[in-house]
Design a binder for this molecule. Structure first.
Ligand code: HEC
Length: 161
């Protein structure tokens, strides 16, 4: 009887039971329950650019332009600004659900994800530089970031940015 109760508890009453997700499956996005689906993207590429992306890139540039050893707070601010860029890259590759035809059209271009990944990679390099307090690495990553912005603007004919 005791064994039966224990096995019922373990099964949770279902037959057959799905295997419990592993830690890796829970954190790499393979297991996504309906209530875990991302919320829809309700802002345009233009607003993401003019908002979080331009602001964060400006923070990184300003910090890298400081002509003195960086303070702890500077490294922290550079790290957080880069985190915004890394997260914004995910938003840039999230399907458009706000009816913006131009955004949806751009995202159909095979280069969109590649160019966005360059920006995300530069952000990751900035975080690594900040964690290591490595000034030359910060400057190199800041340059890669600028190149990533420019490459996409050239590809999509965005002028003046
Ligand atoms: C994947 C492509 C892509 C990347 C990467 C990218 N941009 Fe853009 N950006 C665009 C497009 C497309 C527009 C035009 C949006 C529109 O007007 O609809 C734009 C517009 C802008 C604008 C003008 C926003 C406005 O209000 O008119 C700014 C500022 C900007 N980008 C900054 C940046 C910065 C800084 C980076 C890098 C940190 C960057 N962008 C990276 C594609 C990109």
């Amino acid at each position: 009887m005791r064994i039966l109760v224990l096995s019922l508890l373990a099964l949770g009453g279902c037959t057959p039971c799905p295997a419990a997700p592993t830690q890796a499956e829970l954190t790499d996005g393979r297991v996504v329950a309906p209530h875990q689906q991302p919320l829809p993207l309700l802002v345009s590429v233009k607003d993401l650019m003019g908002g979080a992306i331009a602001f964060s890139a400006h923070v990184v540039e300003t910090i890298d332009a400081i002509d003195a050893p960086l303070a702890r707070g500077d490294w922290g601010a550079a790290r957080l600004a880069a985190s915004d860029l890394i997260a914004s890259a995910t938003l840039l590759t999230t399907p458009t659900t706000n009816g913006n035809v131009l955004d949806a059209f751009r995202k159909r271009d095979g280069e969109w994800r590649v160019l966005t990944k360059s920006m995300q990679d530069a952000g990751l390099d900035i975080v690594a530089a900040a964690d290591a307090r490595d000034r030359p690495a910060l400057t190199a990553a800041r340059r890669s970031l600028g190149e990533a912005c420019q490459a996409c603007h050239v590809h999509f004919g965005v002028h003046g940015q």
